[in-house]
Design a protein around this ligand. Structure first.
Ligand code: ASP
Ligand code: MG
Length: 421
């Protein structure tokens, strides 16, 4: 059995859905297809959550209509009058969501978030499953919330592996069908409340299902031909990497390469399942294979990762005491408390620097730190990471630019740079 994951961009239009159908049809062995919400639906639903929680009823209604209109633009192109049973099914989901939005919100933002945002995946998978069926491609739609069980940390739920290992095989038996279609990103608690696994979590769902069901391989379908040595929107002459190791993939995800979700690798590595990152347009090309095999020396091309909108914060104890364990412990617990993601740290005897993604929590952190430390910062910076660097690649990234901080290990060079004007 093979697992496939289709992201929102692959099914953001009627043409995308038709292409999806072509791929599903061309595939001859047992397949489990995991799908995200269509296009930018999750972002739109996030806005609804915010307005729902803050009782901005008019905005909620307006945005609900917008989302429904977007989906029906696609549905009207794909379904004919004869398919009214399918359209009714999809409509029922919109009705359920609407009923939910007419109630008043509980006091738990994350809970409300998960109940509402999950509709993106419920709706997309229903559309795809119904469309395939109407085209004569037999498939089974599965509500993953009944089988992929999580704790109740809404918004970022942790998988209950034990329970999921018991339940998932009962859903995907492949007895009456070759194709299953199910939702990425969402799960359910043991008392059947809807949860989500964190933004962009559909890759992770694919990896969990592959692990539990012992898949032969996983394919992540993307709008790029595979894992590239840089984001081609940033560096247009980016090259595709043919093979990378699990370890390399984890490192790339950690340093901010968006092509793979950081949590995806661990479950497939545990069972040694190869993962292919490939294009949903040129589906039959192999893409990038992620597996145990290391990158060959000859293809150790430099890989570039850019993170924008960074802040570099420098912290120095007011009493000029050394930056040692006594200071680092409290500093790190304050960072964790403010839920900040640290991308790079460096320290000297009496000062500690950290580079973090910009967010509104940083100002609060800085205020809190100022009680005991002198704090300075620069903002609007860029963090560039080069894996497998050489002189030429470093030059290419840093020439003529002002470097605020530099760090090198054997495999990785990182630079905090002022933005180009
Ligand atoms: N639809 C969800 C999101 O946009 C999950 C995913 O795309 O992986 O975050
Ligand atoms: Mg998405």
């Amino acid at each position: 059995m093979d697992v496939f994951k289709f992201g929102g961009a692959s099914v953001n239009s009627a043409e995308g859905v038709r292409n999806f159908c072509k791929i599903a049809q061309s595939y001859r062995s047992e397949s489990l297809i995991v799908v995200s919400a269509m296009g930018k639906t999750t972002n739109a639903l996030e806005q609804i959550v915010d307005n729902f929680f803050h009782k901005k009823t008019d905005l909620v209604q307006q945005q609900f209509v917008d989302i429904k209109t977007y989906h029906f633009g696609i549905i009207n192109e794909l379904f004919s009058k004869n398919d009214s049973a399918s359209v009714d099914k999809i409509n029922r989901l919109f009705d359920n969501l609407n009923v939910y939005l007419e109630k008043s919100a509980s006091l738990n933002y994350e809970f409300e978030y998960d109940q509402i945002v999950a509709y993106g995946e419920l709706i997309s998978t229903t559309i795809l499953s119904e469309y395939l069926r109407n085209k004569g491609v037999k498939n089974q739609w599965v509500d993953i919330r009944r089988y992929l069980k999580t704790n109740d940390t809404f918004g970022e739920a942790k998988v209950d592996w034990e329970l999921s290992r018991q339940l998932l095989p009962t859903a995907f038996t492949f007895q009456d069908t070759f194709i299953y279609i199910t939702q990425g990103f969402i799960g359910g608690t043991s008392s059947n409340l809807t949860t989500t696994l964190g933004r962009e979590g559909s890759d992770y769902t694919a990896a969990i299902l592959a692990n539990v069901l012992d898949a032969q391989e996983v394919s992540i379908l993307k709008d790029v031909p595979g894992v590239m040595n840089a984001d081609p929107k940033w560096l247009p002459d980016a090259k595709q990497l043919k093979r990378i190791s699990y370890q390399e993939a984890i490192e790339l995800a950690f340093f901010g390469a968006k092509v793979i979700h950081p949590k995806t690798i661990q479950p497939i590595r545990e069972k040694n399942i190869p993962m292919f990152v490939r294009s949903f347009i040129n589906f039959h090309e192999q893409g990038t294979m992620v597996s145990t095999a290391a990158i060959e020396k000859s293809v150790k091309t430099p890989i570039f990762i850019q993170k924008k909108d960074q802040r570099l914060i420098s912290i120095r104890p007011k009493d000029y005491s050394f930056i040692i364990e006594e200071n680092l412990g409290p500093i790190f617990s304050m960072i964790a408390k403010h839920r900040l993601k640290v991308n790079l740290t460096q320290n000297s005897a009496i000062s500690f620097s950290l580079c973090v993604d910009n967010s509104k929590n940083i100002d609060q952190l800085i205020e809190a730190l100022k009680e005991d430390y002198e704090v300075r910062y620069n903002e609007n910076l860029e963090l560039i990471t080069i894996r497998h660097y050489d002189d030429e690649s470093i030059n290419q990234m840093t020439e003529g630019r002002s470097i605020l901080l530099e760090q090198k290990s054997r495999d990785t060079a990182q630079y905090v740079l002022e933005c180009k004007v």
